[in-house]
Design a protein around this ligand. Structure first.
Ligand code: CAA
Length: 267
Protein backbone atom coordinates (compact mmCIF):
# COMPACT_ATOMS: atom_id res chain seq x y z
CA UNK A 1 0.00 0.00 0.00
CA UNK A 2 2.80 2.45 -0.85
CA UNK A 3 2.76 5.63 -2.90
CA UNK A 4 -0.50 7.19 -1.69
CA UNK A 5 -0.57 10.93 -1.09
CA UNK A 6 -4.05 11.66 0.24
CA UNK A 7 -4.84 8.30 1.80
CA UNK A 8 -2.85 7.34 4.88
CA UNK A 9 -2.93 3.56 5.10
CA UNK A 10 -1.85 1.70 8.24
CA UNK A 11 -2.28 -1.85 9.39
CA UNK A 12 -3.32 -2.37 12.99
CA UNK A 13 -3.79 -6.04 13.84
CA UNK A 14 -6.31 -7.49 11.40
CA UNK A 15 -7.57 -4.01 10.42
CA UNK A 16 -6.41 -1.78 7.60
CA UNK A 17 -7.05 1.80 8.70
CA UNK A 18 -7.49 4.18 5.76
CA UNK A 19 -7.48 7.89 6.63
CA UNK A 20 -8.58 10.39 4.00
CA UNK A 21 -6.09 13.16 4.63
CA UNK A 22 -6.71 16.49 2.93
CA UNK A 23 -7.58 18.51 6.02
CA UNK A 24 -7.07 21.85 4.23
CA UNK A 25 -10.24 21.04 2.21
CA UNK A 26 -11.95 19.08 5.00
CA UNK A 27 -10.93 15.86 3.15
CA UNK A 28 -13.09 16.62 0.10
CA UNK A 29 -12.89 13.91 -2.58
CA UNK A 30 -10.84 15.60 -5.28
CA UNK A 31 -10.20 13.68 -8.49
CA UNK A 32 -6.80 12.61 -7.20
CA UNK A 33 -8.41 11.24 -4.00
CA UNK A 34 -10.90 9.30 -6.14
CA UNK A 35 -8.00 7.86 -8.18
CA UNK A 36 -6.30 6.78 -4.94
CA UNK A 37 -9.51 5.05 -3.85
CA UNK A 38 -9.55 3.26 -7.23
CA UNK A 39 -6.02 1.98 -6.56
CA UNK A 40 -6.89 0.99 -3.01
CA UNK A 41 -9.92 -1.10 -4.03
CA UNK A 42 -7.92 -2.73 -6.82
CA UNK A 43 -5.37 -3.84 -4.22
CA UNK A 44 -8.05 -4.99 -1.79
CA UNK A 45 -9.85 -6.95 -4.52
CA UNK A 46 -6.72 -9.08 -4.83
CA UNK A 47 -7.03 -10.09 -1.17
CA UNK A 48 -9.60 -12.78 -1.83
CA UNK A 49 -10.42 -14.97 1.13
CA UNK A 50 -7.03 -16.51 1.79
CA UNK A 51 -6.98 -17.14 5.54
CA UNK A 52 -3.25 -16.36 5.52
CA UNK A 53 -3.80 -12.76 4.38
CA UNK A 54 -3.33 -10.72 7.56
CA UNK A 55 -5.95 -8.05 6.80
CA UNK A 56 -9.50 -9.09 7.58
CA UNK A 57 -11.32 -5.76 7.51
CA UNK A 58 -10.97 -2.12 6.54
CA UNK A 59 -11.75 1.04 8.51
CA UNK A 60 -12.22 4.33 6.67
CA UNK A 61 -11.90 7.57 8.62
CA UNK A 62 -10.98 11.24 8.13
CA UNK A 63 -7.79 13.14 9.00
CA UNK A 64 -7.74 16.31 11.07
CA UNK A 65 -10.06 17.45 13.83
CA UNK A 66 -13.19 18.46 11.98
CA UNK A 67 -14.12 16.29 9.09
CA UNK A 68 -14.66 12.76 7.86
CA UNK A 69 -15.17 13.88 4.24
CA UNK A 70 -16.95 17.15 3.34
CA UNK A 71 -18.10 15.83 -0.04
CA UNK A 72 -17.10 16.07 -3.64
CA UNK A 73 -14.52 18.80 -4.28
CA UNK A 74 -16.68 21.82 -5.07
CA UNK A 75 -13.77 23.91 -6.37
CA UNK A 76 -12.78 21.22 -8.85
CA UNK A 77 -16.41 20.60 -9.85
CA UNK A 78 -16.79 24.29 -10.56
CA UNK A 79 -14.29 23.97 -13.42
CA UNK A 80 -15.96 20.87 -14.94
CA UNK A 81 -18.27 20.58 -17.92
CA UNK A 82 -21.37 18.41 -17.36
CA UNK A 83 -19.63 15.57 -19.22
CA UNK A 84 -16.55 15.85 -17.02
CA UNK A 85 -18.77 15.97 -13.91
CA UNK A 86 -20.56 12.83 -15.14
CA UNK A 87 -17.24 11.00 -15.53
CA UNK A 88 -16.14 12.21 -12.06
CA UNK A 89 -19.44 11.05 -10.50
CA UNK A 90 -19.30 7.70 -12.25
CA UNK A 91 -15.70 7.06 -11.22
CA UNK A 92 -16.62 7.43 -7.53
CA UNK A 93 -19.88 5.49 -8.03
CA UNK A 94 -17.71 2.69 -9.39
CA UNK A 95 -15.44 2.85 -6.32
CA UNK A 96 -18.48 2.57 -4.02
CA UNK A 97 -19.82 -0.46 -5.90
CA UNK A 98 -16.44 -2.16 -5.82
CA UNK A 99 -16.19 -1.48 -2.06
CA UNK A 100 -19.52 -3.23 -1.59
CA UNK A 101 -18.23 -6.21 -3.59
CA UNK A 102 -14.98 -6.63 -1.62
CA UNK A 103 -14.70 -9.91 0.25
CA UNK A 104 -13.75 -7.98 3.42
CA UNK A 105 -15.99 -5.95 5.72
CA UNK A 106 -15.48 -2.19 5.56
CA UNK A 107 -16.44 0.06 8.49
CA UNK A 108 -16.83 3.83 8.22
CA UNK A 109 -15.54 5.55 11.37
CA UNK A 110 -17.04 9.03 11.04
CA UNK A 111 -15.18 11.60 13.11
CA UNK A 112 -16.70 14.87 11.81
CA UNK A 113 -18.50 16.19 8.72
CA UNK A 114 -19.85 13.41 6.47
CA UNK A 115 -21.55 15.56 3.86
CA UNK A 116 -22.55 14.87 0.26
CA UNK A 117 -19.91 12.54 -1.16
CA UNK A 118 -18.65 11.97 2.41
CA UNK A 119 -22.00 10.61 3.56
CA UNK A 120 -22.09 8.59 0.33
CA UNK A 121 -18.64 7.14 1.02
CA UNK A 122 -19.74 6.16 4.54
CA UNK A 123 -22.89 4.49 3.16
CA UNK A 124 -20.81 2.43 0.72
CA UNK A 125 -19.17 0.86 3.79
CA UNK A 126 -20.89 -2.11 5.42
CA UNK A 127 -21.80 -0.12 8.52
CA UNK A 128 -21.06 3.17 10.21
CA UNK A 129 -19.68 4.08 13.62
CA UNK A 130 -19.65 7.73 14.65
CA UNK A 131 -18.05 9.95 17.27
CA UNK A 132 -20.12 12.59 19.04
CA UNK A 133 -18.75 15.31 16.74
CA UNK A 134 -19.94 13.56 13.57
CA UNK A 135 -22.65 15.06 11.40
CA UNK A 136 -24.30 13.79 8.26
CA UNK A 137 -26.17 15.26 5.32
CA UNK A 138 -26.70 15.37 1.59
CA UNK A 139 -26.49 19.16 1.02
CA UNK A 140 -26.25 18.99 -2.79
CA UNK A 141 -29.55 20.85 -3.29
CA UNK A 142 -27.89 23.87 -1.66
CA UNK A 143 -25.57 23.90 -4.67
CA UNK A 144 -28.36 23.26 -7.16
CA UNK A 145 -27.10 19.70 -7.48
CA UNK A 146 -28.26 16.24 -6.50
CA UNK A 147 -26.26 13.42 -4.90
CA UNK A 148 -23.81 11.92 -7.38
CA UNK A 149 -21.89 9.17 -5.59
CA UNK A 150 -24.83 6.85 -4.80
CA UNK A 151 -26.61 8.82 -2.06
CA UNK A 152 -30.04 8.82 -3.71
CA UNK A 153 -30.09 5.03 -3.72
CA UNK A 154 -28.23 4.16 -0.56
CA UNK A 155 -29.81 6.72 1.78
CA UNK A 156 -33.25 5.34 0.87
CA UNK A 157 -32.00 1.83 1.62
CA UNK A 158 -30.41 2.85 4.91
CA UNK A 159 -33.05 5.06 6.50
CA UNK A 160 -36.19 4.41 4.43
CA UNK A 161 -37.73 6.43 1.64
CA UNK A 162 -39.46 9.12 3.71
CA UNK A 163 -36.47 10.10 5.85
CA UNK A 164 -34.09 9.93 2.86
CA UNK A 165 -36.29 12.21 0.78
CA UNK A 166 -36.66 14.71 3.63
CA UNK A 167 -32.88 14.82 4.13
CA UNK A 168 -32.11 15.16 0.41
CA UNK A 169 -34.85 17.70 -0.33
CA UNK A 170 -33.89 19.91 2.63
CA UNK A 171 -30.12 19.39 2.46
CA UNK A 172 -30.36 19.39 6.27
CA UNK A 173 -27.36 18.41 8.33
CA UNK A 174 -28.08 16.04 11.23
CA UNK A 175 -26.00 15.38 14.32
CA UNK A 176 -24.60 12.01 15.30
CA UNK A 177 -27.35 11.25 17.85
CA UNK A 178 -30.07 11.76 15.24
CA UNK A 179 -28.10 9.65 12.74
CA UNK A 180 -28.04 6.92 15.40
CA UNK A 181 -31.79 7.28 16.03
CA UNK A 182 -32.70 6.92 12.34
CA UNK A 183 -30.43 3.91 11.89
CA UNK A 184 -27.80 5.51 9.68
CA UNK A 185 -25.20 4.90 12.38
CA UNK A 186 -24.78 1.61 14.28
CA UNK A 187 -22.92 2.92 17.32
CA UNK A 188 -21.99 6.30 18.79
CA UNK A 189 -18.82 7.00 20.80
CA UNK A 190 -17.71 9.80 23.12
CA UNK A 191 -14.34 10.19 21.40
CA UNK A 192 -12.65 9.42 18.10
CA UNK A 193 -10.18 7.15 19.92
CA UNK A 194 -12.98 5.09 21.49
CA UNK A 195 -14.66 4.81 18.08
CA UNK A 196 -11.49 3.62 16.33
CA UNK A 197 -10.75 1.15 19.14
CA UNK A 198 -14.27 -0.27 18.82
CA UNK A 199 -13.99 -0.55 15.02
CA UNK A 200 -10.69 -2.42 15.41
CA UNK A 201 -12.25 -4.68 18.06
CA UNK A 202 -15.14 -5.47 15.71
CA UNK A 203 -12.71 -6.43 12.95
CA UNK A 204 -10.74 -8.55 15.42
CA UNK A 205 -14.00 -10.29 16.33
CA UNK A 206 -14.85 -10.85 12.65
CA UNK A 207 -11.30 -12.14 12.02
CA UNK A 208 -12.11 -15.09 14.30
CA UNK A 209 -14.66 -16.28 11.72
CA UNK A 210 -14.17 -18.07 8.44
CA UNK A 211 -13.08 -15.59 5.71
CA UNK A 212 -15.20 -17.46 3.17
CA UNK A 213 -18.26 -17.27 5.40
CA UNK A 214 -17.81 -13.49 5.81
CA UNK A 215 -17.23 -13.00 2.07
CA UNK A 216 -20.29 -15.11 1.26
CA UNK A 217 -22.47 -13.29 3.78
CA UNK A 218 -21.39 -9.89 2.47
CA UNK A 219 -21.85 -10.79 -1.17
CA UNK A 220 -25.27 -12.38 -0.62
CA UNK A 221 -26.53 -9.49 1.52
CA UNK A 222 -25.43 -6.89 -1.02
CA UNK A 223 -26.95 -8.71 -3.96
CA UNK A 224 -30.29 -9.39 -2.26
CA UNK A 225 -30.85 -5.85 -1.01
CA UNK A 226 -32.40 -4.91 -4.35
CA UNK A 227 -34.65 -7.95 -4.48
CA UNK A 228 -38.20 -8.81 -3.52
CA UNK A 229 -38.62 -11.13 -0.54
CA UNK A 230 -39.13 -14.08 -2.93
CA UNK A 231 -36.01 -13.25 -4.94
CA UNK A 232 -34.08 -12.58 -1.71
CA UNK A 233 -35.04 -15.98 -0.30
CA UNK A 234 -33.86 -17.67 -3.52
CA UNK A 235 -30.56 -15.78 -3.33
CA UNK A 236 -30.20 -16.71 0.32
CA UNK A 237 -30.86 -20.40 -0.48
CA UNK A 238 -28.19 -20.27 -3.22
CA UNK A 239 -25.67 -18.74 -0.83
CA UNK A 240 -26.56 -21.18 1.96
CA UNK A 241 -26.10 -24.10 -0.46
CA UNK A 242 -22.76 -22.69 -1.64
CA UNK A 243 -21.59 -22.28 1.96
CA UNK A 244 -22.20 -25.98 2.50
CA UNK A 245 -19.62 -26.76 -0.19
CA UNK A 246 -16.78 -25.02 1.66
CA UNK A 247 -14.25 -26.87 3.77
CA UNK A 248 -14.65 -24.15 6.40
CA UNK A 249 -18.30 -25.07 6.87
CA UNK A 250 -17.37 -28.69 7.46
CA UNK A 251 -14.66 -27.58 9.87
CA UNK A 252 -17.01 -25.17 11.66
CA UNK A 253 -19.70 -27.81 12.23
CA UNK A 254 -17.19 -30.49 13.16
CA UNK A 255 -15.37 -28.21 15.62
CA UNK A 256 -18.67 -27.28 17.27
CA UNK A 257 -19.63 -30.92 17.71
CA UNK A 258 -16.14 -31.78 18.97
CA UNK A 259 -16.28 -28.83 21.40
CA UNK A 260 -13.07 -27.23 20.09
CA UNK A 261 -12.10 -23.98 18.30
CA UNK A 262 -12.30 -24.18 14.49
CA UNK A 263 -9.13 -24.00 12.40
CA UNK A 264 -10.21 -21.98 9.37
CA UNK A 265 -8.70 -22.65 5.94
CA UNK A 266 -10.32 -19.83 3.99
CA UNK A 267 -11.86 -22.18 1.41
N1 CAA B 1 -14.96 20.96 -1.60
C1 CAA B 1 -13.86 21.76 -1.66
N2 CAA B 1 -13.43 22.48 -0.60
C2 CAA B 1 -14.12 22.37 0.55
C3 CAA B 1 -15.24 21.56 0.67
C4 CAA B 1 -15.66 20.81 -0.47
N3 CAA B 1 -16.72 19.98 -0.44
N4 CAA B 1 -15.73 21.67 1.93
C5 CAA B 1 -14.91 22.52 2.56
N5 CAA B 1 -13.95 22.95 1.75
C6 CAA B 1 -12.86 23.88 2.05
C7 CAA B 1 -13.38 25.30 2.20
O1 CAA B 1 -13.52 25.90 0.93
C8 CAA B 1 -12.30 25.92 3.05
O2 CAA B 1 -11.20 26.21 2.23
P1 CAA B 1 -10.38 27.61 2.47
O3 CAA B 1 -9.85 27.50 3.86
O4 CAA B 1 -9.32 27.53 1.41
O5 CAA B 1 -11.38 28.69 2.30
C9 CAA B 1 -11.89 24.78 3.98
O6 CAA B 1 -12.34 23.57 3.34
C10 CAA B 1 -12.55 24.84 5.33
O7 CAA B 1 -13.96 24.95 5.14
P2 CAA B 1 -14.86 26.07 5.83
O8 CAA B 1 -14.06 27.31 6.07
O9 CAA B 1 -16.10 26.21 5.02
O10 CAA B 1 -15.15 25.37 7.23
P3 CAA B 1 -16.43 25.61 8.17
O11 CAA B 1 -16.12 24.90 9.45
O12 CAA B 1 -16.79 27.05 8.25
O13 CAA B 1 -17.64 24.85 7.44
C11 CAA B 1 -18.67 23.02 6.28
C12 CAA B 1 -17.61 23.47 7.29
C13 CAA B 1 -20.07 23.27 6.84
C14 CAA B 1 -18.48 21.51 6.07
C15 CAA B 1 -18.50 23.78 4.95
O14 CAA B 1 -17.13 23.71 4.57
C16 CAA B 1 -19.31 23.24 3.82
O15 CAA B 1 -20.52 23.49 3.77
N6 CAA B 1 -18.67 22.49 2.89
C17 CAA B 1 -19.34 21.98 1.72
C18 CAA B 1 -20.18 20.78 2.06
C19 CAA B 1 -20.95 20.33 0.84
O16 CAA B 1 -21.74 21.04 0.27
N7 CAA B 1 -20.69 19.08 0.42
C20 CAA B 1 -21.36 18.50 -0.73
C21 CAA B 1 -20.51 18.72 -1.95
S1 CAA B 1 -21.37 18.29 -3.43
C22 CAA B 1 -21.27 16.61 -3.51
O17 CAA B 1 -20.71 15.95 -2.65
C23 CAA B 1 -21.90 16.04 -4.73
C24 CAA B 1 -21.92 14.58 -4.81
O18 CAA B 1 -22.73 13.91 -4.22
C25 CAA B 1 -21.02 13.92 -5.72
Amino acid sequence: FGGFKHLVIEQDGAALVVTVNRPEALNALSQSVVREFERLVTQLEMAGTDAKWPIRGVIITGGGEKSFVAGADIAEMNAMSPDQALAYGQSMQDVTLRMERLPLPVIAAVNGFALGGGCELAMACDFIYASERASFGQPEVNLGLVPGFGGSVRLQQRVGVGMARELIFTGRRIKADEALRIGLVNRLFGSVEAMLDAAKATIAEISEKSPTAIANAKSAMHSMIHLSVEEGLAEEARSFYQAFHTEDSVEGRTAFLEKRSPQWLGR
